[in-house]
Design a protein around this ligand. Structure first.
Ligand code: GDP
Length: 529
């Protein structure tokens, strides 16, 4: 198989959901289809569980699991499927945002009873910004939930999507009889037996046929006929181009726990989901089937073993092939590097491979050379776009609690920030360091890891900021910008790329600033360059 064919058979995607909607369960069932795992329960949940163990132990446990489950790959019907893991916990949302820069499409899992939840809203918003193709899976149909039409409305309204159902439930909860597959025109009857791997489906091109009454009962049959009529009336026909552009989202119903409706989802997915997509760089658009390799780091994971302070940098291959021991250019550092043991990921394992293709993820051992967002090429001096930092929601001063270990502290902070655990701002006025995070949990992670991996101790102190706004003056020499800097000096700092940031203490203060200094633009992500 030529390398272009290899690239064409890749489908790299992420599953996103609010915690508990069924992401882990669905992932596991998908892996079963690929024959990648043999039994249920093999995929470990990377959820943060509050309970008997103290929080940081839980974080460590979670960190161990999430190395293993960062990328789960398997072959299904000759397609190479790469599932990129996205943490559901809101304190790790930034991680998920970054992973979304490396996927070519997503599946959104929604709980039929709970409907669209907060975390789903946030994540889908990011997908929409990036025009990522989305398939919706409505889960837990074996339970009593919302009416299917109401739910489709809710998905459209709360998530700002335009949906078209490709399957439709026959009953729900106690009365759940099965699913009519609009895409394949067949019926799958629900027997509630999760051990079954592949269900028999009954082909059904004509739902008017009396046979339907025999199979599901007259009442359910009539109801399905009415509902399908409505579906055809209300929703547009599926249009692959519109789906690929992010303008139309197909919806499937099922029950991941019962492995029901999952095969349908997967079969449709491999047919419609995009092959690796082109990506924009600061100089040009890069196509996956170009001969030369290019890729970017979207995630960095510290080694679990504190004695070996090396890390794994996860690289999404954007174009060409990545080969073992071949020299590649680390564009930011301007130096060539070779990798003797690049990891590729399969179900639950990682192994060293000689060659990987656009669409794949490789894990590279790193001793501190990489930052999130770094580009690797075969020599071209370009940088991929689109790994923005989002404004943190919590801010604290970080202080050194052990004066003899200030070097270690600095190094630790530096490396943890490269990993993207949190963001560091250095105040312009006095050089003090402020750490910004998405969730309060990260402060524990940082403190724990500084101590255990770097031998440094830190304490925190509240810093009264509400949002970080990246600052760009229309004219850096004008009077207005000078005054802005003078008046706001207490709240100004630099991020780790040296960009000026205004740490505003309230929404009101942001608004006032915008009114008073219209020529000083404020941005809520670092993506404005
Ligand atoms: P995640 O947080 O999104 O990864 O959710 P999990 O996959 O861990 O599922 C959360 C809970 O919902 C678990 O107890 C699952 O067993 C349960 N669950 C998942 N899918 C289904 C389903 O189809 N039906 C029912 N009744 N429960 C489900």
């Amino acid at each position: 198989m030529g390398f272009k064919d290899e690239i064409k058979r890749r489908r790299t995607f992420g599953i996103i959901s609010h915690p508990d909607a069924g992401k882990t369960t669905l992932t596991e069932k998908l892996l079963l289809f690929g024959g990648a795992i043999q039994e249920a329960g093999a995929v470990k949940s990377n959820k943060i569980k509050k309970g008997a163990t103290s929080d940081f132990m839980e974080i460590e446990r979670q960190r161990g699991i999430s190395v293993a489950t960062s990328v789960l790959a398997f072959i299904y019907k000759d397609k190479k499927i790469n599932i990129l893991d996205t943490p559901g916990h809101k304190d790790f949302a930034e991680d998920t945002f970054r992973t979304l820069t490396a996927v070519d499409s997503v599946i959104v899992v929604i709980d039929v009873a709970k409907g669209v939840e907060e975390q789903t809203e946030k994540l889908v918003k990011v997908c929409r910004m990036r025009k990522i193709p989305i398939i919706v899976f409505i889960n837990k149909l074996d339970r009593e939930g919302k009416d299917a039409f109401d739910l489709l409305d809710e998905v459209e309204q709360k998530l700002g999507l335009k949906v078209t159902p490709l399957s439709f439930p026959i009953g729900m909860g106690y009365d759940f009889k099965g699913i009519y597959n609009i895409w394949e025109k067949n019926i799958n009857l629900f027997e509630g037996d999760s051990r079954k791997n592949i269900e028999e489906t009954i082909a059904f091109s004509d739902i008017e046929s009396k046979e339907l009454d025999t199979i599901v009962g007259e009442k359910a049959a009539n109801r399905l006929r009415e509902e399908l009529e409505l579906v055809y009336e209300i929703y547009p026909d599926f249009d692959r181009e519109a789906y690929l552009k992010g303008d139309l989202q197909p919806v499937f119903f099922g029950s991941a726990l019962n492995n029901f409706g999952v095969r349908e989802l997967l079969d449709c997915f491999i047919e419609i989901a995009p092959t690796p997509r082109p990506k924009d760089s600061d100089t040009r658009l890069v196509n996956p089937d170009e001969d030369v390799f290019s890729g970017f780091v979207f995630k960095i994971h510290a080694n679990m073993d504190p004695k070996h302070r090396d890390r794994i940098a996860f690289v999404k291959i954007v174009s060409g092939t990545f080969e073992k021991n071949k020299p590649y250019l680390h564009v930011r550092q301007g130096k060539k590097m070779k990798f003797s043991s690049p990891n590729a990921f399969f179900a639950e394992k990682k192994e060293i491979v000689d060659i990987s293709y656009a669409g794949d993820i490789v894990g590279l051992h790193d001793t501190g050379n990489f930052k999130i967002g770094d580009t690797l090429t075969e020599g071209e001096g370009m940088n991929f776009k689109g790994i923005p930092s989002f404004s943190p929601e919590h801010f604290r001063y970080i202080n050194n609690a052990d004066p003899l270990k200030s070097k270690q502290l600095e190094k630790g902070i530096d490396q943890l920030m490269d990993e993207g655990v949190a963001q560091l701002f250095t105040l312009e006025m006095n050089g003090r360091k402020v750490i910004g995070t998405v969730g309060a949990l990260q402060y524990e992670v940082i403190q724990y890891r500084l101590e255990h991996e770097y031998g440094a101790k830190c304490t925190y102190e509240n810093f009264p900021a509400y949002k970080a706004c990246w600052v760009k003056p229309k004219d850096s020499k004008n009077e207005e910008f000078a005054e802005f800097k003078r008046v706001k000096q207490k709240f100004l700092g630099h991020d780790k790329y040296g960009q000026l940031v205004f740490l505003a203490d309230s929404e009101f203060s942001i608004q006032m600033t915008q009114q008073k200094y219209p020529s000083v633009e404020l941005f809520f992500t670092s993506d404005f360059r």
